[in-house]
Design a protein around this ligand. Structure first.
Ligand code: BT5
Length: 224
């Protein structure tokens, strides 16, 4: 498995997209800093030195939004192995006490899926609200390459479940660790704003509300 280590890059996801077609499965791009780190809908992702800014190029045999849940579970387990208890906010944020420690951005590029993971590791200051980091939670600093190794091991495990179509295992584990299910939520999709109680996720990873409505993408606000 190849790891490409960069100092500063605009965005590891954009770099990954450029090399995806000639790259092998699990090729990983790691950058010390991103000058134009991006979130969903081209929002800014703060990426100062000290964070784990990484993109993994996958070549799945088929595509399902469950890949997003697979990536979230891999980060959850990574944090757990460092003694940090996090929760999964649908579709793919990781929160510690409702503060964001990690965001994930999935993008398609020809035959590849790029999994962009931004994990706040040794970060003590940042120009955004409601964030936390591994350092802020533990007052300890971590070796970024070691954290990456742990993350890739977990990613390989959950990706193997995905490739074997063991969807119910992925879904059950995600549900057990979610902080979205059971909450009243407001969801902004590209077309509408929807309110309801989040009750389940389906076999594609879509969020199901108590009205029966299924949502495949959107920004969720937890009410209670
Ligand atoms: C995400 O977007 O959460 C996906 C973030 C993915 C970042 C990775 S880093 C490696 C790879 N290369 C990239 O260029 N991107 C990926 P979204 O759900 O849209 O959340 C964005 C929002 O999170 C922003 O509008 C801020 O409010 C907040 N935010 C920005 N930077 C943050 C940070 N470092 N930690 C916590 N929250 C942050």
């Amino acid at each position: 498995m190849k790891i490409i280590k960069l100092d500063t890059v605009e965005s590891t996801n954009d770099y990954a997209k450029k090399i995806a077609s000639e790259s092998e499965n699990f090729t990983t791009i790691l950058a010390k800093k991103q000058s134009k780190g991006k979130g969903r809908l081209n929002r800014r992702w703060e990426s100062p030195e000290g964070g784990l800014w990484v993109s993994i190029i996958l070549k799945p045999n088929f595509f399902s939004s469950l890949l997003s849940l697979v990536s979230g579970l891999a980060v959850l387990k990574t944090l757990e192995s460092y003694g940090i208890c996090s929760r999964l906010k649908w579709p793919n944020d990781l929160l510690v006490s409702e503060k964001k420690i990690c965001g994930i951005l999935l993008e398609k590029s020809s035959d590849s899926i790029i999994i962009g993971i931004g994990l706040n590791v040794n970060i003590s200051h940042m120009d955004t609200e409601n964030w936390t980091s591994m350092f802020a939670e533990t007052k300890k600093e971590f070796n970024l390459e070691e954290v990456l190794d742990v993350l890739i091991d977990h990613m390989k495990y959950y990706y193997s479940l995905y490739e074997k179509k063991e969807f119910s295992k992925i879904r059950e584990e995600w549900k057990q660790n979610s902080c979205t299910l059971g909450k009243n939520v407001v969801i902004e999709t590209s077309f509408e704003t929807i309110s309801g109680k989040a009750v389940d996720i389906d076999e594609n990873g879509f969020l199901i509300l108590d009205s029966g409505k299924k949502i495949n993408a959107g920004d969720v606000v937890h009410l209670r």
